[in-house]
Design a protein around this ligand. Structure first.
Ligand code: PMV
Length: 356
């Protein structure tokens, strides 16, 4: 009689910030010191796929990441699970007609299995895809309906700040919010992906090694020690958020590229301004920056934008498909693939570019 199991599977893409989130004002609730803006990536290339299951036969919550069991006792998982359980509503099991009520949900244990189709913790926002996917799949499993728009993004935020932005596609803003409880620290969509179809995203995986300084501890150190971070969060980012929203709305690539590169460079400057300094970029990252900067200067106006998260891998935005093809050629010339590597090192937002 108790031998039933219900499960759901969902997929959520990663996102890459063009105005970075760096620094928390509340560590527990994961409330940021500045708003941020990101582009959600194509799930074909960079996403998490998560299956969640519930059964009275499960004795405790359990979690498998990329096939390996890991602890689910961390505060971040616990917070997401608690908030989702609190919002569970009736679910009818089709085969038996049995109803899982809110009360039953509060007693059920959950098994979670999640897989990434890209390197974990290499600065490609794997936690963003993972927690967005966890919250979304639990919402499907437990029939959770948002009471206000963005409620689920606030729960994903409890898992990983950047995860709140992965619940929407296209161009997304995470409002830092003002409330102490974080209710208004939510993500909203600025524009659908189809709004700016010319834009091509190219990711150069320079290294799939795990980063040495996690974003969590890196941020803590920066908040404690970097005077530049305070200036960035209070003076620079508020200005840039407005400019970036405008650039996205009007598809102004020159402006989009200018702000994206400047913000990435300033974020890495705050890392360098942290004591002891944090280095996320490596020699290849810096060579890539040089290549794009020289190209843009010679062209007279920006053709390509680059941005780097907490790792050496580059995410680049090409103005259009023709530029993307040019960019790939230049990358392959400057960084010849090694014998064991191949073109798949370059993950594309648009497969047709690779074919041409
Ligand atoms: O959400 P976290 O803790 O993985 O932090 C992400 C921080 C950056 O990726 C560097 C910037 C961002 O806005 O995504």
């Amino acid at each position: 009689e108790d031998a039933w199991v219900v499960m759901k599977t969902a997929r959520a893409p990663s996102n890459i910030a063009v105005i970075k989130y760096w620094g928390k004002r509340d560590e527990k609730l994961i409330l940021p010191i500045n708003s941020s803006i990101s582009v959600t990536l194509d799930p074909e290339h960079l996403s998490a796929t998560t299956t969640v299951a519930a059964s009275p036969a499960f004795e405790r919550d359990r979690l498998w990441l990329n096939g390996k069991e890991v602890s689910v006792e961390g505060e971040r998982y616990r917070n997401c699970l608690r908030e989702m359980r609190a919002r569970a509503t009736d679910v009818v099991i089709e085969s038996s007609g049995k109803v899982i009520t809110k009360e039953v949900w509060s007693t059920l244990h959950i098994h979670i299995a999640s897989e990434n189709n890209f390197p974990t913790a290499a600065g490609l926002a794997s936690s963003a895809a993972g927690f967005a996917c966890l919250v979304y799949s639990l919402a499907q499993l437990m029939n959770v309906k948002e009471k206000y728009e963005g409620e689920l993004t606030a729960i994903a935020r409890l898992g990983s700040g950047s995860a709140c932005r992965s619940l929407y596609g296209g161009f997304v803003k995470w409002n830092m919010g003002q409330e102490a409880d974080g209710k208004d620290s939510i993500a909203t969509q600025l524009a659908e992906q189809s709004h700016w179809e010319d834009l091509v995203i190219i990711i150069a995986v320079v290294s799939s090694r795990q980063k040495e300084t996690s974003s969590t501890s890196g941020m803590q150190e920066s908040v404690k020690t970097s005077p530049l971070l305070k200036y960035r969060a209070e003076e620079m980012v508020p200005k840039r958020i407005g400019q970036m929203e405008k650039a996205i709305k009007s598809m102004d690539f020159a402006e989009f590229a200018r702000i994206t590169c400047a913000d990435s460079n300033q974020f890495h400057a705050t890392c360098l301004d942290t004591s002891p300094p944090i280095f996320y970029l490596n020699d290849s990252s810096r060579r890539l920056i040089g290549l794009v900067e020289r190209w843009n200067r010679h062209a007279g106006e920006p053709q390509v934008a680059y941005t780097f998260d907490a790792g050496p891998n580059a995410v680049m935005f090409a103005k259009n498909k023709e530029v993307a093809v040019q960019l790939l050629k230049r990358l392959l010339y400057q960084f010849p693939p090694s014998a064991e590597a191949d073109l798949s090192r370059y993950v594309l937002g648009d497969q047709s570019v690779l074919k041409s």
